[in-house]
Design a protein around this ligand. Structure first.
Ligand code: ADP
Ligand code: MG
Length: 446
């Protein structure tokens, strides 16, 4: 294999640290404290460089531990991390501000758009081709065909990548003013504006744009004031044919706590869903990511990762980064044994991952009832008891919370699940025959 450069390894590790921290740190603080950090790998340690002493102290005391934890989780080892001051960065930051002021005359981008996420490095397969084509079309003719464009699907499937690709394509092309927000940031900014009595300014900044992109719009569900504000922004932009792009983890129909008038508007344009990629696409994505990272990935290793990590591209990418990091830092070749060793926790988890649906089917078949009854609320003992066994098994064999399990049993309250778990547990303790039977059922499920 070709050994990837420490620079590219460093970049991909740091990028994943950023992705992780971005979920935990409020956006404005993230932009102020985390984004300016420049990483470097030196003598097998990760060096985090900032422009001055003051910044260094603030960063370490506010986010030092979180950064260490994130690096540890991503590299899967005790990679040494050191914080240092590099005065050159101060100069670079000034130059960047000037460059930005210069660019501002040409295009306006409000919000962070990730330059890594382009159409060129998005791998198209049957699971995402519809979303991809729709995004391309919108990038070609914003405001003209699908408005709004609403992409939805599970975590780590490429929604954020696609909407950034649209933004990057528009930036490259012309004088488009783009505002990019996450649903969370939109909400927080509104709250701040209300507090500061500046809702008028808040409103106006969005009415001026040509393209408004909101990632994870599901965040505003249940927040009345935010929905109200977004509703008016939506109308104002839509009326003058400005493009609106939204992503969500659910379809508009499944977004409970969403105002009806917003739900209907989300359906005005194109609603497209993105599915987990099939094996072939996963292999192609891995190959593409490996190439970007400058790694020559063995076929067997690629096959191992792609066959085990099946429903989240971010995890697939994470596995590759960790492998590359270990290989570079230890000077070892990435072969199948090495991969198995370095990724043992990840691969193991995936093998064991068992779904509630699976449990429901198998328990239903064991008791000879229709699996649909698992989600019903009929109370006859022949149905209720198997259902309780399945609830117990779901709690024992998955990492889901009681409310999450309740959801999968047709929207039952978490207390119903808790009651079932306790009841079966107690029966197992009191009745040896039943306990043996449960052992057999549990074995069937694993
Ligand atoms: P989502 O927003 O759906 O949770 P992201 O867009 O953040 O997912 O994708 C997670 C990671 O997976 C990103 O690094 C992205 O580049 C990558 N990814 C997902 N799908 C693809 C694809 N089809 N081709 C290339 N990279 C992909
Ligand atoms: Mg996303």
């Amino acid at each position: 294999m070709i050994t990837p450069s420490t620079t590219s390894v460093c970049e991909s590790i740091w990028q994943q640290v950023l992705d992780k921290l971005q979920n935990d740190i409020p956006a404005s603080r993230f932009d102020a404290w985390i984004r300016p950090v420049v990483p470097e790998i030196n003598n097998q340690a990760l060096l985090l460089k900032v422009s001055n002493r003051f910044f260094l102290d603030g960063l370490k005391s506010s986010y030092g531990q979180q950064i260490l934890d994130a690096v540890q989780a991503i590299s899967g080892s005790d990679m040494e991390v050191r914080f240092t001051v590099d005065p050159d960065l101060e100069v670079a930051a000034e130059a960047l501000t000037e460059q930005k002021a210069h660019d501002a005359g040409r295009i306006t981008v409000d919000g962070y758009i990730d330059p890594r996420f382009t159409f060129e490095n998005f791998v198209v397969g049957s699971s995402n081709e519809f979303c991809h084509a729709a995004s391309r079309a919108v990038a070609d003719k914003p405001g003209e065909i699908y408005n709004p464009l609403y992409l939805y699907g599970g975590v780590g499937l490429g929604k954020t990548h696609l909407i950034n690709a649209v933004a990057n394509a528009l930036i490259a092309k012309d004088h488009t003013r783009i505002a990019y927000r996450t649903g969370e940031r939109f909400t927080n900014e509104l709250i701040q504006a209300i507090r500061a009595g500046s809702t008028e300014e808040f409103r106006n900044q969005y009415r001026k744009v040509d393209v408004l992109i909101i990632d994870d719009i599901q965040f505003i569900a249940g927040k009345d004031r935010t929905q109200e504000e977004f509703f008016h922004t939506f109308n104002a932009l839509h009326e003058v044919k400005k493009q609106i792009i939204l992503t969500s983890d659910r379809s508009p129909r499944e977004l409970t706590n969403l105002m009806e008038r917003l739900r209907s508007r989300f359906n005005w344009g194109l609603v497209a869903d993105i599915q987990p990629p099939d094996l072939e696409t996963r292999l192609a994505i891995l190959a593409s990511k490996a190439e970007l990272a400058g790694v020559d990935l063995d076929r067997d290793v690629a096959q191992l990762l792609a066959s085990r990590i099946t429903n989240n591209v971010r995890e697939l990418e994470g596995a590759l980064t960790r492998l590359t990091a270990h290989a570079t830092l230890t000077g070892r070749t990435i072969d199948i044994d090495f991969a198995r060793h370095v990724l043992r926790d990840l691969l193991h988890e995936e093998v064991r991952a068992i779904s509630v649906e699976d449990i429901q089917k198998k328990v239903a078949s064991y008791y000879n009832i229709n699996p649909r009854e698992m989600r019903s609320s009929k109370r006859s003992r022949t149905l209720a008891f198997p259902r309780q066994v399945a609830m117990y098994a779901a709690k024992d064999l998955t990492t889901l919370s009681l409310p999450e399990i309740g959801e999968q049993f047709g929207g039952k309250d978490h207390t119903t699940i808790l009651y079932a778990v306790r009841k079966i547990y107690k029966m197992r303790q009191d009745d040896d025959d039943f306990d043996d039977e449960m052992d057999r059922i549990m074995a069937l499920l694993k």
